[in-house]
Design a protein around this ligand. Structure first.
Ligand SMILES: [Zn+2]
Length: 259
């Protein structure tokens, strides 16, 4: 319970911070349509939170606790120094998410679940939580598997989950980072500028920058892109009005946009 409360407090604080930042220093001009997009994107968080409750122990932290008790997974059977466990677990979890994101785009059935995230025609802090419940289920099962295989400590997993959430809010925020900051961290950390390229409506241009937090895996696997600002955001196809909740929830069944 305390864990859920900590996560919610961290989410609320970071959401407020990036919402303020993108209001004061927006990067991309254009219709944010907050009054229409935000209720849908935020409703998806509420649905996702309820779903996580229903799934109970099928979660990253749940898997860590189970693996520890059952003595399953790499670091529950291997005696390694704490610093090494933390570093390997964080990098491996991040790699797991990078590979998951590649699969969400490459496998047609998974793309149906991920496409509602890409259907948003503007990017801001709420796009960072706009995920279809079906994608959240796939992600929870995949993360639980990676965590159990690693035997990652629950505290590391919990911290990683909070950071992941924060990065998703940050990389989707329409915040113009100070130029010096973009130069200093933009090559190492995924920023709104670089992640936005992944939301280009042109599928060819969007086939890169899959990383959530660090640029390392995109560089390793040759998907790192530095390109001019996208002209249009979103996907070809998809619901007529991706700002509405009903069509967004139905999208995996009604629509198979090309990618
Ligand atoms: Zn994507």
């Amino acid at each position: 319970m305390a864990d859920a409360l900590t996560r919610f407090a961290a989410f609320a604080a970071l959401f407020a911070l990036f919402a303020l930042a993108e209001t004061l220093a927006p990067d991309r001009q254009g219709a944010a349509l907050r009054a229409r997009r935000w209720p849908t994107n935020l409703a998806l968080v509420a649905i996702g939170t309820g779903l996580a409750r229903l799934m109970g122990p099928v979660s990253a932290v749940g898997a860590a606790l189970w693996a520890e008790q059952a003595g399953v997974g790499l670091f529950n059977t291997l005696d390694a120094p704490a610093w090494a466990v933390v570093i390997v677990c964080v990098l491996a979890l991040d790699l797991g998410l990078y590979l998951q994101h590649r699969a969400l785009h490459a496998v047609p059935l998974l793309w149906r679940l991920h496409a509602p995230h890409h259907a948003d025609r503007h990017l801001d802090v709420t796009t960072g939580v706009r995920f279809h419940p079906g994608e959240l289920v796939v992600s929870a099962v995949w993360k639980a598997g990676v965590v159990a295989a690693l035997g990652a400590p629950a505290a590391v997993v919990a911290a990683f989950e909070i950071a992941l959430n924060g990065f998703s809010l940050f990389t989707h925020a329409n915040w113009r980072l100070p130029a010096a900051a973009q130069r200093a961290i933009g090559g190492v950390i995924v920023t709104p500028r670089t992640h936005r390229l992944h939301h280009d409506r042109d599928a060819g241009r969007a086939s890169g920058n899959y990383g959530f937090s660090i640029t390392l895996w995109d560089r390793v696997f040759g998907t790192w892109r530095v390109a001019p600002e996208p002209v249009r955001l979103g996907i070809e196809g998809g619901p007529d009005d991706p700002a509405r909740l009903g069509p967004t929830l139905a999208q995996p069944l009604t629509d198979a946009p090309a990618r």
